[in-house]
Ligand binder design. Structure first.
Ligand code: ATP
Length: 516
């Protein structure tokens, strides 16, 4: 665990040092849980968004996009339940004065049983070597079974308390399980209270009666209120989906995990409208499709898992998360929810407008059901960074830090490096770059030794470096160096575009999704 925290700290400082993520307003000592993306961060983030957007709108003929405003009519948040129903249970530690989400404290306690079980399994795997039967061990080992039973007991009690919205019981669980404040180490807890996450502001001048409006806490509602606009103007037939990427704002309390939990963040959401009664089969289909999308990046299938929800939100009849193995454990990156007809029906009620679809095949009108896939750009960003960060021992005792980013997402695709700063090499390098810069994000670097320049590119995850030397001027070949293997090869300049394109194009990732 300590080692993992160490990795997380390194990741945060690496992000800052190499222009991926900076704390917001840093010269004023920062602003809690708000971050800025730097020159490499924004490229990576844009590539992630492109990967999502294109996969939604190119691979699915029946998914189209929109871009709705952040400000919306305040009644929308009444209809969605955000004004009244969405509240987090909070608890304060009286000694450290720190505030926590009670459900998160208990979930961390549940995760401790998993850690214990995994340690037993790891120990046994070492002891038994190749003959180890993990499944049998998990089913029969008394210590594993004991921890499983304890976990189950806590789990059941917790799920019931959440479902009943029983705040006293949540507090009692924290006391009974002797959960301590990670900062003060004490069990001196307040009562559990409800807290609303929405930021509000005022629209218009106060003199003529300003209206209280909210910064949207999710992008989904912008899709629901435009359902009829898109359906009619695009002559869309059910089933179809509407995708959107945009900022969302939540006054989060447990904001200690870098870009994992921010107060201003970005979501990529797609709402898929289906016939009532067919929602669970579409839920299953989207669940599988979304998992394929994640795995196609090649960070390792074992890093992902589904986590079904214990407590369904008031609008859902099925929900699961796709979790990624972050340096601080498996955590939600994406949520997939079957939202029933809750939102559209609720907007019908609050707006007084009919929001229905006439199904020509069934010859009747209905309020469509909805499957939602909702993923945070920033959490996705963090999962990619965490899954790509490597420290490698090299021959001769040297180490290198390399981001083994999926090439299609890397901020810079190709570094162009003249061996020395004279003899016409920089001019030749510029000539090559001028040919490739319209297709790929290229970076020119002539400072320091080649070794140092390679390290700088490794640290930002550039998949290819090419070196221009004296021979290049005669044979029109360059040395290409591959990031992951560090292998070097002599290739003709004319062949560069094809080599780079083959690995960095999203098309090949999409083909992988289509084939799997
Ligand atoms: P959590 O339980 O971790 O608070 P959530 O279940 O409230 O997340 P959703 O409302 O389902 O999250 O939001 C969909 C996605 O938006 C999440 O899977 C996550 O990737 C992202 N997201 C939600 N809250 C934040 C945040 N504060 N910072 C960054 N990303 C977020």
């Amino acid at each position: 665990m300590a080692q993992q925290e160490d990795v997380f700290k390194k990741l945060i400082s690496h992000s800052k040092e190499y222009g991926f993520v900076f704390p917001s307003s840093e010269i004023y000592d920062g602003l809690g849980a708000v971050y800025d993306y730097g020159q490499n961060g924004v490229e990576l983030k844009n590539n992630i968004k492109k990967y999502w957007w294109d996969s939604m709108t190119l691979l699915h003929e029946n998914v189209v996009g929109i871009d709705s405003a952040i400000f919306m009519h305040p009644t929308i948040w009444k209809a969605s339940g955000h004004v009244d129903a969405f509240n987090d249970p909070l608890i304060d530690n009286k000694d450290s004065k720190k505030r926590y989400r009670a459900d998160v404290l208990i979930e961390d306690q549940i995760a401790k049983y998993d850690d214990k079980i995994n340690k037993e399994v790891e120990k046994a795997a070492k002891r038994f070597g190749e003959t180890f039967d993990e499944q049998k061990f998990r089913e029969t080992n008394p210590r594993v079974l004991e921890n499983e039973a304890k976990k189950e007991e806590l789990h059941t009690r917790f799920a019931k308390a959440l479902n009943d919205n029983n705040l006293e019981e949540l507090r009692q669980i924290i006391l009974d399980y002797e959960i301590v404040c990670p900062v003060s180490g004490t069990r001196n807890w307040t009562e559990v209270r409800q807290f609303n996450l929405m930021f509000s502001t005022e629209m218009g001048s106060t003199a003529d009666g300003a209206m209280k409006i909210y910064l949207r806490p999710e992008t989904a509602q912008g899709i629901f209120v435009n359902f009829l606009n898109v359906q009619k103007s695009g002559r869309m037939k059910i089933p179809f989906g509407i995708a959107q990427i945009g900022k969302a704002f939540r006054n989060e309390i447990v904001a200690r995990q870098f870009v994992f939990r921010m107060r201003e963040f970005e979501q990529m959401e797609m709402q898929f409208f289906v016939r009532p009664g067919e929602e669970l089969q579409w839920f299953e289909q989207w669940k599988q499709a979304r998992m394929k999308w994640h795995k196609a990046l090649g960070l390792g299938d074992k890093k992902y898992r589904f986590h079904d929800h214990d407590k369904l939100a008031h609008y859902a009849n099925a929900a699961t998360d796709i979790e990624f193995e972050m340096p601080f454990g498996f955590k939600e990156v994406e949520g997939i929810h079957s939202r029933t007809d809750f939102d559209l029906s609720s907007h019908e009620k609050y707006s007084g407008k009919k929001i229905q679809y006439f199904d020509p095949e069934l010859n009747k009108s209905y309020v469509p059901y909805v499957i939602e896939t909702s993923i945070g750009v920033d959490r996705m960003f963090l999962s990619i960074l965490a899954g790509s960060y490597c420290e490698e021992e090299l021959e001769g005792g040297e180490t290198r830090v390399v981001l083994k980013l999926p090439p299609a997402l890397a901020p810079v695709k190709l570094a162009v490096l003249p061996l020395i700063k004279k003899d016409g090499l920089p001019e030749k390098a510029r000539e090559i770059m001028d040919n490739l810069k319209f297709d790929f994000q290229c970076q020119y670097d002539e400072k320091d030794s080649i070794g140092k320049r390679y390290r700088r590119q490794d640290a930002i995850g550039t998949p290819y470096c090419i070196t221009i030397d004296h021979d290049t001027l005669n044979d029109n070949c360059v040395t290409i160096r591959y990031r992951d293997t560090m292998a070097q090869e002599r290739v003709p300049i004319a062949g560069l575009e094809a080599i780079v394109r083959d690995k960095v194009s999203l098309k090949n990732v999409f083909k992988k999704i289509a084939e799997s």
